[in-house]
Design a protein around this ligand. Structure first.
Ligand code: PA5
Length: 457
């Protein structure tokens, strides 16, 4: 894996204050941030960097059993409790290309949203009696997974009775606290543990991401090995060999010196597009605090060249872009040389689609650089468990370091909580009546300016 970042430096762009010297001069700040993070790790306040060393046996044993017994697997969880597994599913488990690698596992479904149609359709697609439902919630109180859990449990109970229904569920939650843990203790549901010092969006390498991955037949040992190797690189106190430092320093310097308040991640491989969703959550929820943070944006090449690139090139100069590139695709396709007499078609003939998509990335990055828009390109030799494990670890460390540089706590999410409390109040949850009233008052103000469009029937 490599990161090319020359086009994020003033020399490559022919302009700007983020010079090679500025990058090298940032060393003391990076050392300070790294010391802070390592101290948090040593005191066990922050646990995501220790996940490569976890005991995998409970995950693997339970996953083996689920693979053997069930035809369908439904993950119920949201945000940090579902996005990591979604990345692994989209990037790696891609039939019809890989059935020989991953074997015949259960069909895979994610219920993150409380979209009534999606939940209904998912429950109609599976046969409840042959389905394992995996409910993932660190807090055990998030409205969306709790609602989907209740709906799924009812469907399951109708199909197989309550005792069997409970045995078809696996919870992944805090080892001590929360409603799911209480249910484990009271009713004997099976459960795996999320380490208390690993927050939702930093938990993909815990049972949260590893258990669903193992059910899919993905090699979770290789994922952790990739993460471990990345962790080692990210311990190097030298910017030329520490990938997290490069990402952190360039994003921070471009934000503070050049007002690049938007960070775009543009994946030139559709199966990696979900990684950009994962990044979007990690960067936004960790860093968007106290007026700080960069707005993360997901884009997909080459499709979004025909949607976003006009803006990136000639719109506000507020973006830094990370391109994700894959060297070897699992399958590739030659473009046939069918119309040699037509120059607009002839030049394509004999190349592959993979060559074209990567060349489009090069063309796009160069056009952006000509206008002074900074970018870096992360190239994966191929998309496999090891590379994904490494990417997860690098971005988690970079995010933590960014948080320290901004002077905020990257591991909490106070801005999400108030919306949750107001919703609890509106939904009539005990203890939240005052919040309900407050929400009603504010919400009703929105209706003081109303426009109604009569569309007949
Ligand atoms: O990163 C986070 O902490 C959040 O995105 C959570 O993962 C998300 O809100 C779900 O929380 P929980 O796992 O407690 O249901």
């Amino acid at each position: 894996m490599k990161i090319d970042y020359g086009l994020a430096l003033a020399d490559g762009l022919g302009q700007g204050r983020v010079t090679k010297e500025a990058l090298e001069g940032f060393h003391p700040e990076l050392i300070e941030a790294q010391n802070w993070l390592e101290a948090k790790r040593r005191s066990q306040e922050v646990g995501f960097m220790d996940l490569p060393f976890q005991d995998l046996s409970p995950i693997l044993q339970t996953a083996q059993e689920v693979r053997r017994k069930f035809d369908h697997f439904v993950l119920i969880g949201i945000g940090g409790s579902s996005l990591g597994a979604q990345v692994l599913f989209d990037a790696l488990w891609n039939p019809p290309h890989n059935p020989q690698v991953y074997g015949e596992g259960p069909s895979f479904h994610i219920l993150d949203n409380v979209d009534p149609v999606k939940t209904t359709e998912t429950l109609e697609e599976i046969e409840p009696e042959n389905t394992c439902f995996c409910v993932i919630s660190k807090s055990g109180s998030t409205a969306e997974p709790m609602a989907n859990f209740l709906v799924a449990l009812e469907a399951l109970e109708k199909a197989v009775g309550i005792d069997k229904a409970r045995r078809q569920m696996v919870f992944i939650t805090d080892p001590e606290k929360g409603n799911l843990r209480d249910l484990v203790k009271e009713e004997g549901y099976r459960a795996l543990e999320i380490p208390p010092n690993v927050g939702g969006r930093f938990s993909v390498l815990s049972p949260v991401g590893l258990f669903p991955a193992a059910v899919l037949g993905i090699n979770v040992r290789r994922l952790l090995k990739g993460a471990y190797q990345a962790l080692k690189s990210c311990e190097k106190r030298d910017i030329s060999s520490n990938p997290a430092w490069v990402i952190t320093a360039l994003h921070y310097l471009h934000h503070t010196l050049e007002a690049k308040s938007i960070s775009v991640m543009m994946a030139y491989y559709e199966k990696l597009a979900t990684f950009a969703d994962w990044y979007r959550q990690l960067w936004a929820e960790s860093l968007g605090k106290e007026g700080k943070g960069q707005t993360p944006v997901k884009a997909v090449g080459a499709v979004d060249q025909h949607s976003q690139i006009q803006l990136y090139n000639e719109g506000p100069r507020d973006k830094i872009i990370t391109f994700l590139q894959v060297k070897n695709f699992p399958t590739n396709r030659r473009i046939p040389p069918l119309y040699p007499q037509k120059p607009a078609l002839a030049y394509l003939g004999g190349h592959t689609l993979g060559e074209l998509i990567n060349t489009e990335l090069a063309g796009t990055a160069s056009a952006l650089a000509k206008r002074g828009v900074p970018s870096m390109t992360i190239t994966l030799p191929s998309v496999n468990e090891g590379h994904l494990g490494a990417l997860f670890m690098i971005y988690e460390i970079a995010t933590a370091l960014m948080g320290h540089l901004y002077g905020i706590n990257p591991f909490d999410q106070p801005g999400v909580e108030e919306g949750k409390r107001l919703t609890y109040g509106l939904m009539g949850r005990k203890g939240f009546q005052e919040k309900g009233k407050e929400a009603q008052e504010i919400w009703s103000k929105g209706k003081e300016g109303t426009l109604t469009i009569d569309l007949g029937d």
